[in-house]
Ligand binder design. Structure first.
Ligand code: CA
Length: 225
């Protein structure tokens, strides 16, 4: 999953970016409102973390502008003051949630996961595909009851496919949602990771869960139709 982080306090932004990347998210960070607006309007993103007080353009203006353009990406507002006015204004402008600074990183993560679940219309924190279980809270993967260890990037790829289970996920979707703007789309990294993932998820199992759809992409599904 890919996150756009718009926060002008560089130190906080760096800590959050690093923490999110350790959790397997890819992060595009902007440090002022204009750069932030450009990013939300031009880069794909699964969640936008948006500070309200920003240089050049404030968070509420960014939010209104993106909603006006029909960009429905979930937005988590960061408010510096615990004032009701900011929260009401934010929610009324189309924010999905807000967090008051200072916040605990664990709470930020939980809110991001909730927004991703809501967007994917998945209620359970454990996603099941056949006998594969993906615990999106602690990132534990099991198949047939046995734990599978995945690298951060492999997890990110599997998680994206799981939130879109039974749907075809194109190579572009994968590249756009698990890498940030610095990814070289011409490299064969994606094929390498798909192979890693297949070896860990499907190898040794009679029933394959990761399927290639020729000319279209991949699909993660547990049932044949
Ligand atoms: Ca700020």
């Amino acid at each position: 999953m890919r996150i756009t982080l718009i926060e002008d306090e560089k130190q906080l932004a760096n800590i959050v970016k690093k923490g999110l990347e350790e959790e397997g998210y890819s992060v595009d960070a902007a440090h002022d409102g204009e750069e932030g607006l450009y990013m939300v309007e031009n880069y794909p993103s699964d969640v936008v973390i948006l500070d309200i007080m920003l240089p050049l353009l404030d968070g509420i203006s960014i939010l209104s502008s993106m909603r006006k353009k029909g960009i429905k990406t979930p937005v988590l507002l960061l408010t510096a003051r615990d004032t009701i006015t900011d929260k009401i204004k934010g929610l009324d402008s189309g924010a999905d949630d807000y967090l008051t600074k200072p916040f605990k990183f664990g709470e930020l993560l939980a809110r991001i996961r909730a927004l991703i679940r809501r967007k994917a219309d998945i209620k359970d924190t454990v996603i099941r595909i056949g006998d594969l279980e993906i615990n999106t809270t602690n990132r534990e993967i099991k198949r047939g009851g046995k734990t599978i260890q995945l690298s951060t990037k492999e997890y990110a790829m599997l998680q994206y496919m799981a939130y879109n289970k039974d749907k075809i996920v194109s190579r572009t979707d994968l590249i756009e949602h698990i890498y940030d703007e610095n990814f070289d789309a011409n490299s064969n990294v994606l094929d390498v990771y798909i192979n890693f993932l297949r070896n860990k998820i499907d190898k040794g199992f009679k029933k394959k869960l990761i399927h290639t759809v020729r000319g279209a992409g991949y699909i993660l599904k547990g049932s044949e139709e």
